[in-house]
Design a protein around this ligand. Structure first.
Ligand code: PEP
Ligand code: MN
Length: 298
């Protein structure tokens, strides 16, 4: 006989949307108010743009520590790197798990950066939150409702990536799942959707930036690496993202992109990141934003 576990009221769905015709209880606009998400002191949604850089995957202590130093010197303020990887094939590298989280934390602390990393499984939220300053929910998990709820119960800010074929409505409702649980620190990330191009991995939908700025007070950043799948296109799409109002960028970066164990084709070098950020600081200034490029680099 199948016995059903009794669900506590905490595990039950909150009354999101009940009595509210739109259903956008937490993401909707509040009279011009904009949310600033605070990642342990790094503000996202402020005048200063958030630059999240680092490898697709954490590969070793040496790899992540060198990349952390180099992206910090280039002007990034947040370090990315996956320890739990959502790979299309189950036979591809799946990440270093907790060891990867440890390497990432140590590298970030040494370099003076904050950590953004993906959590794949609701059972790992507590573990990942122990090492990370911001929990990334990947594109493939944007509609993983148990994961969204669990991240909603965490006290770490969330970086929610748009599903690869999700509408804006579905994207905002995914953010509602997190916020309805109490976590109001949500950053949206446009990372490209499935388009018609067979030459490029995804189509970066920059409409999302100005459109979502109309729809929600949440900050929105752009991922030009997954959004194009091609390192050669990353600088141009980064410039476009800042010009159209993005609050930051998440860019896959490695000192030797071709050696990356995952997403090598879309990864730029740490040298390219440094020159890109110099260039972006001028574009940022024209749209009333600031970029954290070290003074000496300007
Ligand atoms: C990533 O950031 O490495 C990643 C897997 O991104 P996405 O979920 O957007 O594919
Ligand atoms: Mn990647």
């Amino acid at each position: 006989m199948v016995t059903q576990k009794k669900i506590s009221s905490k595990e039950m769905a909150p009354a999101t949307g009940i009595g509210n015709r739109s259903g956008y209880l937490y993401t909707g606009h509040h009279r011009g108010f904009r949310t600033t998400v605070n990642i342990d002191g790094v503000k996202v949604g402020n005048k200063e743009l958030a630059i999240i850089a680092g490898p697709c995957s954490v590969e070793s202590a040496e790899q992540i520590s060198r990349i952390a130093r180099e992206v910090k010197a280039a002007g990034a303020n947040l370090l990315r790197g996956g320890a739990f990887k959502p790979r299309t094939s189950p036979y591809d590298f799946q990440g270093l798990g907790e060891m990867g989280l440890q390497y990432l934390r140590e590298a970030a602390d040494e370099a003076g950066l904050k950590v953004v990393t993906e959590v794949l499984d609701p059972r790992h939220v507590e573990l990942v939150a122990k090492y990370a300053d911001c929990l990334q929910i990947g594109s493939r998990n944007m509609q993983n409702y148990p994961l969204l709820r669990e991240v909603g119960r965490s006290n770490r800010p969330a970086l929610l990536k748009r599903g690869l074929s999700a509408t804006y409505e579905e994207f905002l409702l995914a953010a509602e799942y997190i916020m309805a649980e109490g976590n109001r620190q949500v950053i949206l990330c446009e990372r490209g959707i499935r388009g018609l191009s067979s030459e490029l991995r995804f189509t970066l939908d920059l409409n999302a930036v100005p459109y979502l700025k109309e729809r929600t007070h949440l900050p929105i950043i752009v991922d030009p690496s997954h959004g194009t799948g091609d390192a050669r296109l990353v600088p141009a799409m980064s410039r476009a993202a800042i010009a159209c109002g993005a609050d930051g960028l998440i860019i896959e970066t490695h000192y030797s992109p071709s050696e990356s164990v995952s997403d090598a084709r879309q990864t730029i070098s740490t040298d390219e990141l440094a020159s890109l950020l110099r260039e972006l600081s001028r574009i940022a200034a024209t749209v009333g934003r600031d970029i954290p490029v070290p003074e000496a680099e300007r």
